[in-house]
Design a protein around this ligand. Sequence first.
Ligand code: GLA
Length: 389
Amino acid sequence: MKKKLVNQVKQYFESAFATAPQHVFLSPGRINVIGEHVDYNDGFVLPAAINKYICFGISASGSSKCTLIAKDLDETYTFDLNDELKPTDVMWVNYILGVIHQLKDRSKNLKGVNIAFSSTIPMGSGLSSSAALECGIAYAFNHMFGLGLSKEDIALIGQKSEHTFVGVNCGIMDQFASVFGKKRSVIKLDCNTLEYEYHKADFKEYSLLLLNSNVKHTHLTSGYNVRRQEVEKGLAILKEAYPGVKTFRDCNEEQVKAQREKLGETIYNRCLFVVQEIQRVLDAVDALEASDFAKLGALMFATHDGLSKEYEVSCEEIDFLVDAVRNNEDVLGSRMMGGGFGGCSINLVRKGTEDALIAKVSREYKDKFGISLEPYKIKIAKGTTLYKD
Ligand code: GLA
């Protein structure tokens, strides 16, 4: 699958620019086992890069002119590196310009490029195709122009592009996972310090299965930014009540509960979710280390319920997908994954039962919503990289 994508991009590059690309880069999408909406709330997360990629064919253009071709959208955008870069009306272009804008500030060595790219990461499905795009570009420029960026720099540049050129006030999880991904490993990331450790992603007789609701998360930008404002207000109230509390991590459930009235119902619910979710990730890492998959699965269901009821970032279709497997003894856990308002559910499923489960849930989902479900049996993969034949 990877090889096929690479070959397509090479061919496409050649037909567009009449020469083979000097470099090919792969930048992966990500899953997240648990720890949702806590990367910007002082929490821990447990993501991993997956074997779905954006592939970039890139060459220096020989001038300051840059040509970007999004093969899957059949769209081309050109600009001059010496122009002042500003957000445009075209969303995919903004992810890239937001990165190059920062790189220009850091280095005088950038040169114009020709880029053609194509992706196997479905867009708007909670698998972070945007982070893959940002990090792939930053990684490629770093490699081609010797910018001396660390992996952490690349992830942070990707995140900032999203803040400044895209308008999503996202956390660091997606970019970090895309860059730091490691085969057969999940990353336990401390989102405050960016310290991280790899844990073996060995689910023994279980596997991770994604079910794409095919509901595109169009409310994500507004919903996401509003959640951030709500938790900021909540944290300010908690800090005032408890001088020892600097971040959500210092705060326990009882303290949140004691401030219910002051927080007001909505913000109370948001804060309660955050404090519980931070703890759930720590418990999940212990469960994974102990191969206690029943425990891990139960934590995933609890996360979903919190995201759906307290944090209110799920949607009817994803709730349906989670409920459809809730009492199935071959499914230990299920929850919405990523920013929410659509996208995929992630499921911990007994190996060998996946196909029957997919057939059953697809049928039920189609009957209820008239939408075709898209299942992905994913593998955990390496982060953004230069591709070598
Ligand atoms: C989106 C954001 C991430 C993270 C998740 C929710 O994917 O980009 O930073 O907040 O939502 O966990």
